[in-house]
Design a protein around this ligand. Sequence first.
Ligand code: ATP
Ligand code: MG
Ligand code: MG
Length: 377
Amino acid sequence: GATIGMVGGGQLGRMFALEARRMGYRLIVLDPGEDTPAAQFCDGHIRAPFEDLNACLELARRSDLVTLEWENADVATLREMERIVPVRPGPAVLEVAQHRVREKDAARSLGVLTAEYRAVSTRAELDEALREVGAPAILKTARMGYDGKGQATLRDASDADAAWAALSAQGDEFILEARVPFRMEVSVICARSASGETACFPVAENEHRNGILHLTRCPARVPPAVAEQAIAVARTLAEGLGVIGLLAVEMFVDADGRILMNEIAPRPHNSGHHTLEACGVSQFEQQLRAVCGLPLGSPALLRPAAMVNLMGEDAGTGLGRPGAADALAVPETALHLYGKASARPGRKMGHLTSLGDDADAAAERALRAWTAMSDPR
Ligand code: ATP
Ligand code: MG
Ligand code: MG
């Protein structure tokens, strides 16, 4: 079978590796960690920083195809790798997805709505941007943020000093975005293969806690026209950017039912984990199919589902805890643990997916299982 090289060995890579192995592929992962979640399911582990050009070229030479679960790989390095082996999604997509200003510029140029935003690189530009965008607003580092890190909210102009003090050391490019009074957050994962075939998973509804995804429900509680709009936005972006692989698109639904793009991720997404149990194909198998030129699978939702993340602060993420048995006693509930050694607060340790007759029933089950797992008794 073919050998797939994977940049990044976190939980997304682990779940991808499990699916790829099931289908007979060999895997080599590049990741600086010693015992990363993916490594134990891979045939090879190149343990090196993502900035190590020689290590990246070695990955390319040892693979028939390279894909990514980490979107911040160096674009120039990916271009070098592409001279040896196909890299999917390619450097051009990564270049857009790595930068919050570029991704919003790309969305706008494809006719997709976003919050008002301005690029900011100096303290003076922040003042000007805040006048133009209006308050409240959110200042974000243009690169590298995740789980709400690298963000500061400005209620009004008097918060500008504090926001600048908090963020200015974390980068030299920023974006100021108007804070959207959204009714709901949703996401759509669109797969696109080299032939141009696309398939979108049903719209997921996302609830965050402290900037980190907490609960995903599928289907989302939106009217059919809004769901269609969200799927159209995801497909427009995947096609417009020429993605080969997956594109996850996070969006806001505003009070008028309009869809505003928040950000994109050119890889599997936390809000698609329920696809493992609930859909005709999982997002990980779909990534594999898309990057390998296989026919795409059916993304249809076979049963309503909900997913809750198990964070480091949810003390009960281990199977040894008494609550784990209670969690697994909840009907139609699956436990996923990522094999991370240390449970730091704010770290994603695993997740629970529950199915049910409707998304409310699934969410009630997933939250019941999560409560049992996190109960510190
Ligand atoms: P992720 O972990 O999803 O990659 P991130 O750190 O890249 O997150 P965002 O998705 O931009 O950051 O923001 C995190 C959350 O903060 C959003 O899901 C949303 O709840 C809120 N948020 C971000 N930008 C805005 C905005 N312009 N208006 C309102 N809420 C926002
Ligand atoms: Mg992000
Ligand atoms: Mg996000």
